[in-house]
Design a protein. Structure first.
Length: 474
C-alpha cells in the first residue's frame, strides 16, 4: 500500500530553480517527493502516461501554457489534481482555469500556501474517488439486485402508499397485466375482495407483534378473471429516500389444488376407515412427527388432543417391552427393502392400564435420493378379542390332546351340525369331524358315499344300477 506522504509529482515549469523551490516547500510539509520536470506540451503529454499523483503547472511558458496543459490533462487524466503555480495570474484567468478543471492556484510569491493546497487537493481527490467507487459499487449492486428480481421465479414488487413503484416480469406473468397497467393500479385492485380485510389485519398484527408470522396467504385476481392462490412475504426497505414495502408473491395454485385433493382423499379414507374400525397413522420418518386418526387414539383410550402433546419416545414406551425389539427388527427389515410391508403384532398399553393387542401394518411410500425412508403410512387393528379366542382354542386343543393321549374320550354333550356334520367346541368354533379326529387320534379314514347320499346327489336310478351290479357280483 502506498505511503500516504509519498508524492509522485509532475511539474510543468521552464525554470528548474522554481521547480526545486516547490519540491522543497512540499518536503517541509512532510511529503516524500518523487518528481519529474517538463517544459513543453509533448513532454507533458508523455509524462501523463506515468500516472502521477499530482500536477503543478506554471501558467506561462515560452512554447506552452497552463491552460493548454489543463485541457490535455482533462482529456487523458481527468482524475489527477492540477494546481496552477504562477508569478502573475489574474483573478479572472484563475477562475477560468478552475472552471476548466484546475483544482486550485498558488502564486509563486506565496509558497507557504502550496503545502496546504496540495494536501487539501489530495484529500478532495481521495474523497471523490471514494464517492465514485461507492457510486459504482452501488450501481453494480443495483444492477445485480434488479437482475435477480427480474429473473426471480416469484413475483416481486415494491409499493408505497398503495401504489406500485416497481414490479418484475414474474408479477406481470402472474397477474396478466403489463408493467404500465400495474403501475396505474392500487395493490388492492389485484387482491381478492374476500381477502382484503384479513390481509389488513395481518399487517396491523405484524407491525405490533414481534413473533407474528412472516408470511400470509391471499388470492390474486388476474386480468382474465382467474383467481390464483399465493403466499406473500413483505418487509420494509429504504427506497428512493423513502420507506417502501418490498413484497414477494409465490404462486401456490397448483400446490393448493393438490393439497385440496389430498384433503378430500384423506376425508374419504377417514370415512371408509370409520366403518372398519381401523386406526391410521402417518409418520414423517425424518422429523419423527406422526399424525393419527381418531380411531387410533380410541383404541388406547385417548383423544387426539391428548396425543398431540405426546412425543414419539413416549409412544414407544406404550409398546410392551417383549414386543418392542421384534417390532423394531421388522421395521428395519422393511427399511432395508427385505419386506414389501411392515407387519407386526404388538401389545400397547391402554390408558386404563390394560394391554391391547394391535395388528400394526405399514409401508414406506416416499424415499430420499440415498434410499432412506421419508414417509411411512400404516394402520392399527385391535385384535384383542381374536387373541383371546386363539388362546382359548389352544387351551382346548391342548386339553383334548392330553385326554386322547391318556385314552380318555371326552364324554358329555357334543353339538354336531345336522347339515355339514361339523363339531362345535366351547368357543363356538366349528371343526370338520374327519379333520379334527385325524389330527388328534391315530384313526385312519377311507372316504365313500352312503346309499342315502348317493340317492340324494345322483338320484334313485343311479342307486338301483349300483345295487344291481353289486347283486350280480355276489
Amino acid at each position: 500500500m502506498r505511503n500516504i506522504n509519498k508524492l509522485n509529482l509532475l511539474i510543468l515549469e521552464d525554470n528548474p530553480y522554481d521547480a526545486e523551490l516547490m519540491v522543497n516547500e512540499l518536503e517541509q510539509e512532510g511529503f516524500i517527493v518523487e518528481w519529474k520536470l517538463v517544459d513543453n506540451g509533448k513532454a507533458f503529454k508523455k509524462a501523463l502516461e506515468t500516472e502521477p499523483d499530482f500536477i503543478l503547472a506554471d501558467y506561462r511558458l515560452p512554447s506552452f501554457d497552463g491552460m493548454q496543459a489543463l485541457k490535455i490533462k482533462q482529456q487523458f487524466a481527468p482524475k489527477i489534481p492540477f494546481v496552477i503555480v504562477s508569478g502573475s495570474i489574474g483573478e479572472e484567468l484563475a477562475v477560468e482555469c478552475i472552471k476548466t478543471g484546475a483544482t486550485d492556484y498558488v502564486l509563486k510569491d506565496k509558497p507557504r500556501r502550496l503545502g496546504y493546497v496540495v494536501k487539501r487537493a489530495l484529500n478532495e481527490a481521495k474523497e471523490i474517488r471514494r464517492r465514485k467507487n461507492t457510486e459504482e459499487a452501488l450501481q453494480e449492486s443495483n444492477k445485480k439486485y434488479h437482475a435477480i428480481m427480474e429473473n426471480s421465479r416469484d413475483a416481486i414488487y415494491i409499493y408505497r402508499r398503495e401504489k406500485f413503484l416497481f414490479v418484475n416480469g414474474k408479477a406481470c406473468e402472474l397477474s396478466g397485466y403489463d408493467k404500465k397497467e400495474i403501475n396505474k393500479m392500487e395493490i388492492w385492485d389485484l387482491i381478492h375482495p374476500d381477502d382484503r380485510n384479513r390481509i389488513v389485519e395481518y399487517g396491523k398484527k405484524r407491525s405490533s407483534e414481534k413473533k407474528s408470522p412472516s408470511t400470509y396467504s391471499g388470492r390474486v385476481v388476474c386480468k382474465n378473471g382467474d383467481v390464483k392462490d399465493c403466499e406473500f412475504a413483505a418487509s420494509i426497505i429504504p427506497y428512493n429516500n423513502h420507506y417502501a414495502v418490498l413484497g414477494i408473491a409465490h404462486d401456490i395454485t397448483s400446490h393448493k389444488l393438490v393439497e385440496d385433493k389430498l384433503k378430500e382423499s384423506e376425508k374419504r379414507l377417514e370415512i371408509a376407515l370409520k366403518g372398519t374400525g381401523v386406526g391410521m397413522w402417518d409418520w414423517d420418518v425424518k422429523t419423527g412427527t406422526t399424525v393419527y386418526n381418531e380411531r387410533w387414539a380410541e383404541m388406547l383410550g385417548y383423544t387426539l388432543d391428548e396425543l398431540s402433546s405426546v412425543s414419539n419416545d413416549l409412544l414407544a414406551k406404550l409398546i410392551h417391552p417383549d414386543d418392542l425389539k421384534k417390532s423394531n427388527e421388522l421395521l428395519e427389515k422393511h427399511f432395508a427393502g427385505k419386506t414389501e410391508y411392515y407387519i407386526s403384532e404388538i401389545r400397547m398399553k391402554h390408558k386404563n392400564g390394560n394391554w391391547v393387542w394391535i395388528l400394526d401394518r405399514g409401508k414406506v411410500f416416499e424415499w430420499d435420493e440415498n434410499g432412506k425412508p421419508i414417509r411411512m403410512v400404516g394402520t392399527h387393528l385391535d385384535i384383542t378379542e381374536h387373541k383371546k379366542i386363539e388362546k382359548e382354542h389352544e387351551r382346548v386343543i391342548k386339553e383334548l390332546k392330553g385326554k386322547l393321549k391318556d385314552g380318555k374320550i371326552p364324554d358329555g354333550f357334543l353339538p354336531i351340525c345336522a347339515a355339514c356334520h361339523k363339531i362345535r367346541d366351547e368357543q363356538d368354533i366349528w371343526h370338520p369331524v374327519a379333520d379334527y379326529l385325524s389330527k388328534h387320534t391315530n384313526l385312519e379314514f377311507s372316504h365313500g358315499m352312503c346309499p342315502d347320499c348317493i340317492k340324494e346327489f345322483y338320484g334313485e336310478k343311479a342307486w338301483n344300477r349300483i345295487k344291481d351290479k353289486n347283486n350280480k357280483r355276489s
